[in-house]
Design a protein around this ligand. Structure first.
Ligand SMILES: O=c1nc[nH]c2c1ncn2[C@H]1C[C@H](O)[C@@H](COP(=O)(O)OP(=O)(O)OP(=O)(O)O)O1
Ligand SMILES: [Mg+2]
Length: 200
């Protein structure tokens, strides 16, 4: 089995990457396995810029190929918010519960048909020679009026996935790992993963 480093401290993402990389015969290591890497400031203006900041910083520190994920929720009725601020929407303590409460409150008066939203995931790959690239994936849905389900993380309980008639947090992890923005982004990385530059 090969090893891949994902520059994330998010346990929910870590679990999803472990599940998605298993069939590709990769063991996943994240920043939760290195206790000495500090938080990398997300100062970019786009998901892609923030993903690159994280991947490049950790590739420099480790000298290895590193993948990172910058993702979030885009709500049409909120002009794209929370967007790149998804993790810190209700404050720097990054509380999923507070973030969902804030979105639900802001959408209180918004009728069902205007509650369209999507998850966006940018993945960056940074190579030790300084080269880097990004890919992305999206997943369309609607914002519910209350939480449903207990799987997943982040905004999953308030994100309705039409094809399944369920909240993302009601889908089994193996299903989310097939249809999510993260899964689609990873699919767009497949040719890179198979290239000799990635796995020497
Ligand atoms: O599949 C998802 N299901 C639900 N919510 C999600 C998902 N994917 C991203 N999200 C939300 C969570 C967080 O509020 C933000 C990510 O912020 P983002 O900066 O990329 O991640 P993070 O700070 O938690 O961890 P890290 O930067 O160490 O990877 O979007
Ligand atoms: Mg972050």
């Amino acid at each position: 089995m090969k090893t891949v480093i994902i520059a994330t401290k998010n346990k929910g993402k870590a679990k999803e990457f472990e599940r998605m990389f298993l069939p590709l015969d990769y063991e996943v290591k994240t920043l939760l396995d290195f206790d000495d890497i500090e938080d990398i400031e997300e100062t970019g203006k786009t998901f892609e810029e923030n993903a690159l900041l994280k991947a490049e910083a950790v590739s420099k520190i480790t000298g290895q190929v590193v993948i990172s994920d910058d993702s979030g929720l885009i709500v049409d009725a909120l002009d794209g918010a929370p967007g790149i601020y998804s993790a810190r929407y209700a404050g720097l303590e990054k509380s999923d519960q507070a973030n969902m409460d804030k979105v639900l409150k802001e959408l209180e008066e918004v009728p069902d048909e205007e509650r369209t939203a999507r998850f966006y995931c940018a993945l960056a790959v940074a190579f030790p020679d300084g080269e880097s690239l990004t890919v992305h994936g999206t997943c369309e849905g609607m914002i519910l009026r209350e939480r449903r389900g207990s799987h997943g993380f982040g905004y999953d309980p308030i994100f309705f996935v039409k094809e399944f008639g369920k909240a993302m947090a009601e889908l089994e992890p193996e299903v989310k790992s097939q249809i999510s923005h993260r899964a689609k982004a990873l699919k767009n990385l497949e040719s890179i993963l198979n290239s000799s530059k990635f796995s020497k």
